[in-house]
Design a protein around this ligand. Structure first.
Ligand code: G3P
Ligand code: CA
Length: 242
């Protein structure tokens, strides 16, 4: 099976992460999936942003959860990256799903609730996916294992991935106990035995964030099921040359 190439926060090396231009570029480059991060505004609207604080990727300051959607939409999420993207706003999950609906591309929604435990985030995201009829090509992932478990309680047919950046004891059993279908591991955790063990246990393996050709080749050769990359164009070229 071919390793699926997910654009990490969109084509985030080439356009401002988690914005519509970054998603559009990833799609044009032929990424097979898009990974993005979901959090909630003060008025409970799911929006796509990585950090809990808006400072790094917008011209605003402070925590996302203190902004209503209307306030958040006033922020510029593009000019920090380059002047070319001035005027770009933080997308809502609704806007993203509406755009993705007619595209032949997979989705990975990462619930960013390992630092702030947004109430009902799992159900809010699930309801959006269901409304757009996109559950069958979506993976929901989280570093928060309770959240993975919660998604399974809402609908056990949803594909979920347990995210981790460090080896934890009995990782595979732990992920399975939460109901996860896959492991989303940091590149430094990758070795042949974790892939083999996961596959023997019917778990898929997805690796983040892989940008260098030498690392990409290693993921492809180890039969990882998916990778997350900021440079989907380079990932595709590298895979084609194997
Ligand atoms: O989903 C993979 C990866 O995005 C997890 O880490 O910090 O980039 O959200 P982060
Ligand atoms: Ca992420």
């Amino acid at each position: 099976m071919k390793t699926i190439i997910y654009a990490h926060r969109g084509a985030s090396k080439l356009a401002p992460e988690n914005t519509m231009p970054a998603f559009e570029l990833a799609y044009k480059m032929g990424a097979e999936g898009i990974e993005t991060d979901v959090q909630l505004t003060k008025d409970n609207v799911p929006v796509l942003i990585h950090d809990e604080n808006v400072r790094r990727t917008t011209n605003g300051t402070g925590f996302l959860l203190d902004y209503t959607l209307a306030e958040l939409k006033q922020l510029d999420a593009g000019s920090w990256f380059s002047d070319q993207y001035r005027g770009t706003s933080i997308p809502t999950l609704h806007e993203f799903l509406q755009w993705v609906q007619d595209k032949h591309i997979k989705i990975n929604l990462e619930l960013k609730n390992n630092i702030i435990d947004y109430k009902d985030l799992e159900k809010i995201v699930y309801d959006h996916l269901e409304a757009f009829n996109l559950l069958d090509r979506t993976v929901i992932s989280s570093f928060n294992s309770a959240s993975i478990h919660q998604v399974g309680l809402i609908d056990e047919s949803v594909t979920t991935g347990f995210l981790t950046s460090q080896k934890i004891k009995d990782l595979i059993d732990f992920a399975k106990d939460q109901g996860a279908r896959g492991l989303h591991i940091k590149y430094r955790m990758l070795n042949p035995s974790i892939v083999k063990e996961a596959h023997l246990n019917n778990l898929y393996v997805a690796v983040y964030t892989v940008n260098r050709p030498i690392q990409l080749r290693r993921c492809f050769r180890l039969s990882c099921d998916a990778i997350f990359t900021d440079v989907p164009n380079i990932a595709k070229q590298t895979r084609d040359m194997l």
